[in-house]
Design a protein around this ligand. Sequence first.
Ligand SMILES: NC(=O)c1ccc[n+]([C@@H]2O[C@H](COP(=O)([O-])OP(=O)(O)OC[C@H]3O[C@@H](n4cnc5c(N)ncnc54)[C@H](OP(=O)(O)O)[C@@H]3O)[C@@H](O)[C@H]2O)c1
Length: 299
Amino acid sequence: MHLLITGATGTLGRPLCAELLRRGARLTVLSRQPAERVRARCGAAVDVWADLAAWTPEVAIDAVINLAGEPIADRRWSAARKAALRASRIALTEQLLQRLTAARHRPAVLLSGSAVGLYGDGGDRVFDEGAPQADDFAARLCADWEAAARQAEALGVRVVLLRTGLVLSREGGLLARMKLPFSLGLGARLGDGRQWMSWIHADDWQALALRLLDDAQARGAYNLTAPEPVTNAGFTAGLAAALHRPAVFAAPAWGLKLALGEMAPLLLGGQRVRPERALAAGFTFRHPTLDGALRDLLG
Ligand SMILES: NC(=O)c1ccc[n+]([C@@H]2O[C@H](COP(=O)([O-])OP(=O)(O)OC[C@H]3O[C@@H](n4cnc5c(N)ncnc54)[C@H](OP(=O)(O)O)[C@@H]3O)[C@@H](O)[C@H]2O)c1
């Protein structure tokens, strides 16, 4: 099986490449980074494309996994930043669609990224995959990214949309950023701490993504979140306990709004998401509870 992966050098992509190579797949990685660095991150056996022009109609790709995107929470959302966040996802997915359309051998399946930010800030409401999309910047970014990928359905490609929650990983991302302040006893609840955090252990994310890749019946949007989301206060207490440190501080909402501007709802709002379709398909989470996931990740 020949897979094309975008965003393969990232937190989710690297372990995914390792597992796919272990399964005997042939991998081609689309990356802006030098080939040697990509191979160091994704595996010595991967082919590297610097440009999608390398996907000529003769090249046979069996499946595409599309994870590329500028990190959403790295910098304040200026107009230029917003444009980069959209172009790195939506424009890139549209370019993939052009190549897919021209291909003589069409891939059977496209797994494409999205996020639970699509549902917006819902208070205590529970969102399954049937919930409507919200209308803030992050929600529109996800919805337009999904819409670009969904165009492949008209070409007979099975499209699966990975509505991902906050991934807890040893490789980086949220947990790596929070570990140091929490280890120093400086962990803090954000605002009133009542906003929901729909998290998932990276191993469960990968197992579910691979299941959706393999399952010819799987199509459309799936929430990739653990079955037991927590509030920010619960997450703060759980992480502090896992690190055997106190977390007595609270970052005031007004300060976060001042510092983060339009990005503040990412931290002060949240979604209480249920992975309804994964559960209905019989997927078993290895790490369904936050305490168990943190114990596993922080050892
Ligand atoms: N991790 C999470 O908690 C989470 C939650 C929800 C959604 N997601 C989404 O899932 C995807 C993968 O997540 P991740 O945590 O693995 O992301 P990540 O570690 O930030 O990696 C994303 C990858 O996207 C590529 N990329 C970045 N900017 C780009 C640009 N301007 N143009 C083209 N490619 C670009 C990079 O690949 P190269 O440098 O090799 O080009 C990078 O390795 C992301 O799109 C993310 O938004 C992640």
